[in-house]
Design a protein around this ligand. Structure first.
Ligand code: F6P
Length: 339
């Protein structure tokens, strides 16, 4: 068989380990040929690909980013009626045919899963792997990249504790996650946040203020507030989540408050050992799906087992933090404010 592999959407730690898992299994175990497609779906549209060999897999396990490059190209996005450019899905089908690719492996987040499902619906053989630091892809318990992002954010929160306490300040840290609060919840709890705000839960600035003032009464004149980037902010939505919350806390409590936006550091660099192994398992499983002809599926982690789910069930859904997540329930009992 001859397969193509692409990486699409925002990058995250563990993509290269997945490429390695797919390719090494395909080449060494199944004797398949593998083509690396450049810059996500753009490479399929432009027929921009290169053969990958066992040698090109060296040094990938701990390498951040993606050796194939990525883009946010969405080939199935509706074209304006006036557009004269060639139909992208048709170009994709033509290029896959001319390259004689038997299957395309799509590694990506929610947008990628949606495009992969549409390609499968056109009759193209597709297998996908979920990838995002946000952990919001529906149909898998975890996606690789999340553990690395949480450990980077936790380290940042640890570092904020000492400067918060030295200056008797409130430190607000904004973490990524898009519309989901997974990174805020896991890093906030692991880093000992006093207030943790998730997009999934409403918040009240008086509750937040009370938590901070109660800490002061107990002899703790500093607090750490962890904010998911997707929380609701000012009515015009012009301010970043962290900036808005820091300002509101200062008005509410009179405490000197500073904000930190952690940003892209969360998704750069080397994956944790957990993410390397998850990426390796998922990559290997993607190749198994191809070898056994089970197309139109997304690899997923269910409990401790690697399995897969039909792609048409995944597209267009988001996996959000449930209100009754045990970290929230136990955290509330410990006195942590979730809004
Ligand atoms: O990869 C996910 C994510 O990091 C989100 O948390 C964030 O909102 C988004 O990507 C920003 O990425 P970009 O600027 O590349 O669109």
């Amino acid at each position: 068989m001859r397969i193509g592999i692409l990486t699409s959407g925002g990058d995250c730690p563990g993509i290269n380990a997945t490429i390695r898992g797919v390719c090494k299994t395909a080449i060494n175990h199944y004797g398949m040929e593998v083509y690396g497609i450049h810059s996500g779906f753009q490479g399929l549209i432009d027929n921009d690909m290169e053969p990958l060999t066992e040698k090109s897999m060296s040094g990938l396990l701990n390498l951040g980013g993606t050796i194939l490059g990525t883009s946010r190209e969405k080939p199935f996005k509706k074209r304006p009626a006036s557009s004269t450019s060639e139909d992208k899905p048709a170009l994709i089908a033509k290029n896959i045919n001319s390259m004689q690719l038997d299957c395309i492996v799509c590694i990506g987040g929610n947008g990628t899963q949606k495009s992969a499902a549409k390609m499968a619906a056109m009759g193209i053989n597709v297998v996908s792997v979920p990838k995002t630091i946000d952990n919001d892809v529906w149909g898998t318990d975890l996606s690789f990249g999340f553990d690395t992002a949480v450990s980077i954010a936790t380290d940042a929160i640890d570092r904020l504790h000492s400067t918060a306490s030295a200056h008797k300040r409130v430190m607000v840290i904004e973490v990524m996650g898009h519309k989901a609060g997974w990174i805020a919840l896991y890093s906030g709890m692991a880093g000992g946040g006093d207030v943790i705000l998730l997009p999934e839960l409403p918040y009240n600035i008086h509750n937040i203020g009370n938590t901070i003032m109660n800490r002061l009464k107990k002899g703790k004149p500093y607090s750490i507030v962890v904010v998911g980037e997707g929380i609701a902010t000012d009515p015009e939505g012009k301010k970043r989540a962290g900036e808005y919350i820091a300002q509101e806390i200062e008005y509410e409590t009179g405490f000197e408050t500073r904000e930190t936006v952690l940003g892209y550091i969360q998704r750069g660099g080397s994956p944790t050992s957990f993410d390397r192994n998850l990426a390796t398992r998922m990559g290997g499983h993607a190749t198994e799906l191809i070898a056994t002809g089970r197309f139109g599926r997304m690899v997923s982690l269910c409990g401790d087992a690697i399995t897969s789910v039909p792609l048409e069930e995944v597209g267009g859904k988001l996996k959000l933090v449930p209100e009754d997540h045990d970290l929230i329930v136990e955290g509330r009992k410990m006195g942590i404010c979730f809004g």
